[in-house]
Write a protein that binds this ligand. Structure first.
Ligand code: ZN
Length: 458
């Protein structure tokens, strides 16, 4: 493990970790960085950053022209990740998470940009609330924030919000995520409205009447445990409806957190038959099964639920075949007290944004199931394409949104070290590789992991 070293030639040495420290005009070099992105492996280079952008590779400059040197020997430098699906719980549920903790957690996970969900208190269903998030997000260190806005007022599923005004205020996505939109006519109108405005609609596709009071996947394990089940059919039915409405209206519909084989098969069929949909999977649905619930630990209670090993294998296969567009974390923090209720009463959600990359790198890439560049694409160019954004890139002129990854040092997951307020995790103690050691957003270092330099070598 190489150590991170920084040097400043300026007299008021700005500590790069402290937010807006790098003054414009400063030049940073990542020395001997292994440059890899979704497009391939570019080998080892010196990568220069200036004025918030990538200036170039291997520039011939005098040492005095460089303000900050980061020794990246042995480390991988790649575009910062983009997460289309995080719950920051702000406004109103700051006991679970707030902008400061959530955006810091995102940066610690290697994410440079996140989209916050609207199921807060109050619900983000008014332009003023969107504008407030944009304003506060721009002043908060950590990842860059783009808010989503609610599809229906109060997530009640009866009247549409004012998509046009929400877009003007800064909303980049429309979604009632957390609550499925039950009324198909309302969803049709939402799709028509969003298509007119070129907005992406993200769906939480579960048929609510069929999901009923299910707290876990319906199957052999739920029957064994005597817990109410939520069948995969609730997901596949609603994905079919949402995909068909996308096809009918031309709306760009993003199917969030596909969890089951049936759901994925329906989504694939829709995509192959002309529905303008995109498909997301989460880290937990790719790595955990409903067997985890035999512990009766609500830590593993998520919506949609963890499914069977057969479902996980199929989701992984779908990822390999390239039908999945992005990995979104669905980072969903709750308080310890809430997650310590019993299985029936605990809320749904896992705090996972800080383990997303190491978990998937260790379980999918090191196991030989998935190429590293494919995993990176699902966290970089994939989500950007869903949104119609420019693909993150290491080419000169691109925004200096960068993540430095240590692929070699194994370290155990420690929830207590999370930047998130939700410091409990299904992967506690698991030894993973691929930890982010530094995240730069717009040319500023927003996260730096120092303790990893003393981590165990396994
Ligand atoms: Zn959801």
């Amino acid at each position: 493990m190489s150590s991170m070293q920084q040097r400043s030639t300026s007299d008021n040495d700005p500590r790069l970790i402290e937010g807006p420290a790098t003054r414009s005009g400063d030049r940073t070099v990542f020395r001997n960085a292994h440059l890899v992105d979704g497009s391939g492996d570019h080998g080892v280079h010196d990568l220069y950053v200036k004025d918030g952008r990538i200036e170039g590779w291997d520039l011939e400059l005098a040492a005095t022209d460089v303000d900050h040197v980061i020794d990246a020997a042995g480390l991988l430098v790649t575009p910062a990740f983009v997460d289309l699906h995080v719950h920051l719980r702000d406004p109103g549920q700051e006991q679970k998470e707030d902008l400061a903790s959530g955006l810091a957690a995102a940066a610690a996970g290697g994410f440079g940009t996140v989209i916050s969900m609207a199921n807060t208190d109050p619900v983000v269903d008014e332009p003023g609330l969107v504008a407030d998030l944009v304003r506060r997000g721009s002043r908060t260190p950590g990842a860059r924030l783009h808010p989503a806005a609610a599809l229906s007022h109060g997530l009640r599923g009866d009247t549409l919000t004012d998509f046009a005004a929400l877009k003007v205020a800064g909303a980049v996505m429309i979604t009632d995520d957390g609550i499925p939109v039950a009324d198909s006519h309302l969803m049709r109108r939402a799709c028509e409205y969003a298509a007119e405005l070129g907005l992406v609609i993200q769906t939480h596709s579960e048929e609510p009447a069929l999901r009923a009071g299910g707290v876990m996947n319906e199957g052999a394990v739920s029957r064994l445990l005597g817990l109410p089940g939520n069948p995969d059919t609730a997901e596949s039915l609603m994905i079919f409806r949402d995909g068909e409405l996308a096809r009918m209206t031309g709306a760009r519909v993003h199917i969030a957190h596909v969890s089951s084989k049936r759901g994925m098969q329906v989504a694939e069929w829709l995509k192959a038959n002309g529905a303008p949909i995109t498909i997301e999977v989460t880290p937990h649905h790719l790595t955990l099964t409903d067997e985890s619930l035999t512990s009766f630990d609500p830590l593993f209670k998520v919506a949609p639920p963890l499914r069977t090993a057969n479902d996980v294998a199929y989701l992984r296969e779908a990822v390999r075949r390239g039908v999945v567009d992005n990995i979104g974390t669905d980072h969903a923090p709750h308080t310890r007290a809430e997650k310590e209720r019993d299985m029936l009463n605990a809320p749904f959600g896992i705090s996972n944004i800080e383990v997303c990359f190491p978990l998937l790198y260790t379980e999918l890439v090191l196991s030989g199931e998935l190429e590293l560049t494919k995993l990176l694409h699902l966290l970089q160019g994939g989500p950007a394409a869903v949104m119609g954004w420019h693909g993150p890139s290491l080419q000169p002129g691109s925004p200096a949104d960068l993540t430095v990854l240590d692929l070699d040092t194994a370290a155990p997951v420690k929830g207590a070290d999370f930047g998130s307020k939700a410091k409990w995790t299904p992967w506690e103690g698991q030894s993973l590789r691929g930890w982010p050691v530094l995240t730069m957003v717009g040319g500023r270092v927003e996260y730096e992991r120092s303790e990893l330099t003393q981590a165990e070598s396994v």
